[in-house]
Design a protein around this ligand. Structure first.
Ligand SMILES: N[C@@H](CCOP(=O)(O)O)C(=O)O
Length: 491
């Protein structure tokens, strides 16, 4: 399988090269040249997570030797996940919640960032890379910690995370700032996630700096979903969710399902789209935005318009106006027209918007939720079903309700449940009517656990006693300098 760039399809590389590079040189994203089909899905019905992961990933990572890929999978999906099923599927109310947050950092990012370090090491071996790899990551909350956890103390790799100083939850911030490991660097940005992600992309596109890094024995890579090594492992859990429903007889063979995904950088829903293209019986992909509703508006109108102020919400991982992976969808839906995609990306950079004509978006439905609706859904879900959900999951569930009432479609629906409610204690607690006046974050978490009888995850309990290890801060313009300082390059 070759990977080509969304902005220049003559650029073609192997999967291991794509994992190392992260982003294509001219700013495009790598996509598989064609999306492989899984022939006999029903034959995979009894497979546990790791087996399924192998069946899917081997279609995409074709330059990996079978046993080595199996080994990566074995090491990734082990007892760092707190449940044997890796991803449980919980029925609550009228939906099935695909719980993607039972990994070490309590967010769906663990599903791919548990394996990315092994894929990257193997890619370095395949390509005989002796250089050290510096991984740049922009985060609006969850990716950062998951990347730090995955890459901490991995030999030959340094991991640098940029997060918006005032744009993540208290727990997300604590998780990152207390990260141990002498190859980890965490920096708060005076700006928002778009500044952090934009700054990272600027660094990737600065050839002078890349050459300087090269001379100092460094290569850059990314742990965001712009990296195919992040994106492809995320396809697996949609198959796993479907097959779990099939095993439990909640659906019949070949019955179609809907998938609702809380969406920010468009990576998670793109993975669901790839699953559909591979043959997963999917009726609608429900794209759920928070108040930063650039994506749902695009699905509705074909116009992507970022000319607005970014709103800080209780679902910070989706507080994004420049969503990276939509570019990949444009490429696929335009029949691989990299000239068109490049033009649209230039329009977006220069004008702040673009319009797509004649794009068939019928596979998708898009809508968004207000803060009030998020609180309402958290409350209702808990009161009616004794099921606790985080604000991102509540966005997806709320948009699913809107979809149902607009269409009367009763297709069984999987909701991607992307993070533990304990990462967003304040919003969850206040939504279910617990008084949190004058309480600090850990008191709020205690209250949440005791009032709901839901066990506080150990990773959150442990946070209390951890020391702050990172105190770095900069503007978007200062990101390159701070990187030079960490890597001891050109200073
Ligand atoms: N939701 C993100 C933003 C980055 O998304 P990614 O999937 O591209 O890593 C976060 O939590 O940081």
């Amino acid at each position: 399988m070759k990977y080509i760039s969304t902005r220049d399809k003559t650029i073609s590389i192997s999967s291991s090269e794509g994992i190392i590079q992260g982003l294509s040189k001219e700013g495009g994203l790598f996509v598989p040249r064609s999306i492989p089909k899984l022939d006999n899905l029903m034959a995979l019905k009894e497979m546990e997570y790791k087996g399924l992961a192998y069946v899917i990933m081997k279609e995409f990572f074709t330059d990996f030797e079978n046993d080595r890929l199996k080994n990566c999978i074995e090491k990734a999906y082990d007892n760092k996940f707190s449940t044997d099923h890796i991803v449980p599927v919980i029925k609550a109310g009228d939906a099935f919640f695909l719980e993607l947050f039972h990994g070490p950092t309590l967010a769906f990012k663990d599903m791919a960032l548990s394996i990315l370090p092994y894929l990257l090491k193997e890619s370095m071996r395949i390509n005989n890379i002796q250089k050290e790899i510096a991984i740049l990551t922009a985060t609006s909350g969850d990716t950062g910690k998951a990347a730090l956890e995955g890459f901490a103390n991995v030999k030959g790799i340094k991991i640098i995370v940029f997060f918006p100083e005032y744009g993540v939850s208290q727990v997300q911030k604590m998780q990152m700032l207390t990260q141990e490991g002498n190859n980890t660097f965490v920096v708060g940005i005076n700006g928002n996630f778009d500044d952090a992600q934009g700054g990272v992309k600027d660094i990737f596109n600065n050839n002078h700096f890349i050459n300087l890094l090269g001379k100092n024995n460094y290569l850059l890579s990314s742990a965001n979903s712009i990296n195919i090594g992040r994106l492809i492992p995320q396809i697996v859990y949609y198959f796993h969710g479907y097959l779990t429903l099939l095993r439990e007889k909640s659906i019949k063979e070949n019955e179609k399902i809907n998938i609702a995904v809380p969406t920010g950088n468009f990576g998670n829903i793109l993975a669901a789209y790839y699953a559909k293209e591979m043959g997963l019986p999917v009726n609608k992909l429900i794209c759920a935005s928070n108040e930063n509703n650039v994506l749902s508006q695009f699905i509705d109108t074909g116009i992507y318009d970022r000319r607005r102020r970014l709103i800080l919400t209780s679902s910070p991982s989706m507080d994004i106006l420049l969503s990276s992976n939509l570019e990949r969808l444009l490429f696929h839906l335009s029949g691989g027209d990299s000239v068109l995609v490049k033009d649209k990306m230039v329009e977006l950079a220069e004008l702040g918007y673009y319009k797509m004509d004649n794009l068939d978006l019928r596979d998708f439905y898009g809508s968004y939720s207000t803060e009030e609706e998020v609180g309402f859904e958290i409350n209702k879900m808990f009161m009616d079903n004794n099921h606790l959900i985080d604000p991102h999951t509540a966005v997806a569930y709320n948009v699913y309700q809107k979809y149902k009432s607009e269409t009367n479609d009763n297709t069984k629906t999987i909701i991607a449940s992307t993070a533990s409610p304990f990462k967003f204690g304040g919003k969850v607690v206040s939504s279910i009517g617990i008084d949190i006046n004058n309480k600090d974050e850990f008191e709020i978490i205690e209250k949440l656990g005791s009032k709901t009888n839901v066990k506080i995850p150990k990773a959150i309990e442990d946070l209390k006693d951890k020391e702050i290890a990172h105190k770095n801060n900069c503007d978007r313009e200062g990101m390159e300098d701070i990187l030079r300082k960490f890597l001891k390059v050109g200073i």
